[in-house]
Design a protein. Structure first.
Length: 122
C-alpha cells in the first residue's frame, strides 16, 4: 500500500523550469549516496520508489524485477529530468572577456657565480 509524501515539506522549485521538485539520494546500487531531483508529486508511471528514512531524508530506489512495486511507506516517483521543460532551452552564458590577459613582468635573473650584482657579463 503506497503512501503519499507531505504536500509541502522538502519541496523546492527547479531553477530551470520552476516546477516543484524534491531532492532525494539513491539508497542502493552503484549510484548510492548521489542526489537526484524528483517530481514533487507521486506518479503512477514512475519507475522509482521513494520513502523517508529515520532522520527524515528522502531516499529513492529503482523498481526492478525483485521488488517491482513500492513497499509499505513508499510511493512511486519520477525523475525530474524526464519532465523538465527548462532543459531544452539554452541557459545564458557569461559574456566573453574582451580585455587582453595581463602582461607578464620581465624576470630578473640572479647574477652568475663571480659576477657583480646589477652588472651583466662583459
Amino acid at each position: 500500500m503506497p503512501t503519499t509524501p507531505h504536500p509541502t515539506r522538502g519541496v523546492t522549485d527547479c531553477t530551470r523550469c520552476n516546477a516543484p521538485i524534491r531532492w532525494a539520494t539513491w539508497g542502493d546500487g552503484p549510484q548510492r549516496g548521489q542526489r537526484v531531483p524528483l517530481n514533487a508529486l507521486p506518479s503512477p508511471a514512475g519507475g522509482l520508489a521513494a520513502h523517508t528514512n529515520g532522520p527524515g531524508a528522502l531516499v529513492v530506489r529503482q523498481l526492478d524485477a525483485d521488488r517491482p512495486e513500492p513497499e509499505l511507506l513508499e510511493w512511486k516517483a519520477l525523475l525530474h529530468w524526464t519532465s523538465c521543460t527548462g532543459l531544452s532551452t539554452p541557459q545564458p552564458s557569461a559574456p566573453a572577456q574582451r580585455s587582453r590577459p595581463a602582461r607578464r613582468r620581465p624576470t630578473v635573473q640572479p647574477p652568475l657565480f663571480g659576477q657583480q650584482p646589477g652588472r651583466g657579463a662583459r
